[in-house]
Design a protein around this ligand. Structure first.
Ligand SMILES: Nc1ncnc2c1ncn2[C@@H]1O[C@H](COP(=O)(O)OP(=O)(O)O)[C@@H](O)[C@H]1O
Ligand SMILES: [Mg+2]
Length: 292
């Protein structure tokens, strides 16, 4: 396991520059006695792509929810660029520069593709109220700039031609990409992706892997990706954390994680196949609320 700040460069995977920008210490979240996340520690380094994996119900989405303010942690500290953010509301955390996508896609139904992105852009400060009233030309200029930036983000995801169509009329895979475009529209430094390849076939997943790599480089992002698809995780991430029952049971390079008996056991039980097909923790389906 690499413990230094400079991660080793592994074949083809992006290497981080090393500065820790998001730190979590002892973070936990309980739901009526169920400890969904416990004693979670993280030193996220500027520019890295961290993978978080683990069976269904392991606490991965809960982790994203506490980092982004959708859930208040019941214990621990989360520090972003030196500032405590645990318990801040989601819009504040977004404004500070942490963006996310959702495991269950949350696009604005009834809005066009472009408007979904444009709306998100406002979260990092669009035209102000007084400016709107007193300074129409500057307001219009700003609106214009906002639209152009939104189209840039759509283009980055290959969605520019679809800007006018209703967001929810897009096929599922494109809706996932639109969620990423919308997250980028808030101009984040840290991007959290919750199962971005869910529902995609092997080719779509390979394309998405390359796309995330491109966005990471182009927008100078630090990325945390939760994903069940091991081909994406292993190709993209220089470091991986494995959650099981809310706790980190392993952390290291893809090669270390692949060979870790605790990981193999958590995923596979008696099964030996290393593609890490994911059973649910207790064999039942997740409810809608659970998979937030
Ligand atoms: N809002 C919630 N209310 C109650 N229980 C929840 C809620 N969110 C998650 N959980 C529970 O916390 C555990 C972790 O869930 P989750 O973080 O969604 O796991 P993962 O994303 O790894 O599949 C599960 O047992 C789940 O049922
Ligand atoms: Mg989840």
């Amino acid at each position: 396991m690499s413990s230094g700040l400079i991660a080793e460069t592994t074949e083809g995977r992006p290497a981080s520059t090393g500065e820790p920008i998001l730190r979590a210490a002892g973070v936990g979240r309980a739901f009526r006695g169920l400890q969904a996340l416990a004693d979670y520690d993280l030193d996220l380094r500027q520019g890295e792509i961290l993978g978080v994996i683990g069976p269904n119900g392991a606490g991965k989405s809960t982790l994203f929810n506490v980092i982004t303010g959708f859930l208040r942690p019941t214990s621990g500290r989360i520090v972003f660029h030196g500032r405590e953010i645990a318990g801040l509301p989601p819009d504040k955390i977004t404004a500070l520069g942490i963006a996310r996508t959702f495991q269950n896609i949350r696009l604005f139904a009834g809005m066009s593709v472009l408007d979904n992105v444009r709306t998100a852009q406002g979260m990092r400060g669009g035209a102000g109220f007084w400016e709107t009233i007193f300074s129409a030309p500057s307001f219009l200029r700003k609106e214009r700039a906002i639209e152009e930036r939104a189209l840039e983000h759509l283009a980055a995801l290959g969605l520019a031609d679809l800007h006018g169509v209703p967001a929810t009329s897009l096929p599922y895979g494109l809706q996932r990409k639109l969620e990423i475009a919308r997250a980028l529209a808030t101009e984040p430094s840290v991007l959290l992706l919750d199962e971005p390849a869910a529902g995609m076939n092997a080719q779509e997943t390979a394309d998405l892997t390359q796309l995330i790599r491109d966005l990471h480089a182009r927008f100078g992002l630090t990325v945390v990706v939760v994903e069940h698809d091991m081909s994406l995780i292993m190709r993209l991430c220089e470091r991986i954390q494995v959650l099981n029952y809310g706790r980190v049971i392993a952390s290291g390079t893809p090669a270390e994680i692949r060979a870790d008996p605790k990981v193999i056991e958590a995923y596979l039980g008696a099964d030996e196949t290393p593609d890490m097909a994911l059973p649910t923790v207790d064999g039942r389906q997740q409810t809608h609320e659970e998979s937030m």
